[in-house]
Design a protein around this ligand. Structure first.
Ligand SMILES: [Zn+2]
Length: 124
C-alpha cells in the first residue's frame, strides 16, 4: 500500500485492517474523534509516545490553509464566470464555515498522515 492509499483508508499502517479512529466525532456537537489505542489485528501501538501527535498540528495547519486557499480560488472563479460580486467578507464567512465543518476531518486526517509519515515496517 502506498502512503496516500494508507492515509485515505485511515487504517492501521502496519496491517491495513483496523481503523485508527473508532469514533469519527461530530463538528456540530463538538464531539472529538476517538483514537483506538492499538490495532486489534496486529497490535500496532497508535499511541507511540507522549507528545507524538504534537507534530500533527502542522499537518492540520497545512490542511486548513489549503481549504482557505480553495475557498478563495472558488470565490475568484465564481466572480469571473458568473459575474458575481462575492466580497472578501463573504469569502471570510465561507472560510469560517468551512473550517468549522471540517475540523474533525482535519483532526483525523492530520493524525493519520503523521502516523503514516513515521511508520517503519520493522519497528513495533
Ligand atoms: Zn494493524
Amino acid at each position: 500500500m502506498s502512503y496516500i492509499s494508507k492515509v485515505i483508508s485511515g487504517k492501521c499502517p502496519n496491517c491495513g485492517k483496523e481503523h485508527i479512529f473508532h469514533d469519527k466525532g461530530n463538528p456540530i456537537t463538538f464531539k472529538m474523534p476517538k483514537m483506538t489505542k492499538e490495532c486489534g489485528s496486529c497490535g500496532y501501538n497508535f499511541h507511540r509516545e507522549t507528545g507524538f501527535y504534537f507534530g500533527a498540528m502542522y499537518m492540520s495547519y497545512a490542511l486548513t490553509v489549503a481549504e482557505m486557499i480553495t475557498v478563495m480560488v472558488l470565490r475568484l472563479i465564481l466572480n469571473y464566470l458568473f459575474d458575481l460580486n462575492i466580497t472578501m467578507l463573504h469569502a471570510f464567512i465561507a472560510i469560517v464555515f468551512v473550517i468549522f465543518i471540517m475540523w474533525t476531518f482535519n483532526y483525523r486526517l492530520s493524525r493519520v498522515m503523521w502516523l503514516n509519515l513515521f511508520y517503519k515496517k520493522d519497528e513495533q
